[in-house]
Design a binder for this molecule. Sequence first.
Ligand SMILES: O=c1ccn([C@H]2C[C@H](O)[C@@H](COP(=O)(O)OP(=O)(O)OP(=O)(O)O)O2)c(=O)[nH]1
Ligand SMILES: [Mg+2]
Length: 153
Amino acid sequence: MSDTVPVRIKRLPHGEGLELPRYATDGAAGMDVVAAEDLTLAPGARHAVATGLALAIPPGYEVQVRPRSGLALKHGISVPNAPGTIDSDYRGELKVILINHGNEPFAITRGDRVAQIVLAPVTRASWDEVKDLDQTARGAGGFGSTGGHAALG
Ligand SMILES: O=c1ccn([C@H]2C[C@H](O)[C@@H](COP(=O)(O)OP(=O)(O)OP(=O)(O)O)O2)c(=O)[nH]1
Ligand SMILES: [Mg+2]
């Protein structure tokens, strides 16, 4: 396994007894994170799911909250704000916002792996305000300006 970045993590009272987020395989990019509560998401409903965890992410990093593809494909369960942004200065509870895009109620049991979290470096910008930007071939073209979804050529 490659080098890891230490991140302080605190279990909140309702997180006691739950497994910490962990990489499911040696090469996994994300750690699966488990729910700290039982709930049922009705079709179309969304909820900020408790994890019972709080983090102190080192400066220069963020944690992204992403859906699990299996839940998305099989049940239509997604993260509406994906990738959710956990700021390095946030000390509150890590919550996973889930939405049920499926047609059936989806039951979550405490301990279920509901999403994955990815530690990522952050590059912060500072503005260099100018009157004119440089010219490019694309210019202001966007939103399909190069063609539709059919193959190029
Ligand atoms: O999926 C998420 C997204 C955010 N947060 C927490 C951590 C994050 O640092 C904070 C703020 O998130 P964000 O900036 O996305 O929300 P906002 O609506 O802009 O709220 P704020 O005004 O508090 O920044 O909420 C979560 O626990 N889970
Ligand atoms: Mg914000």
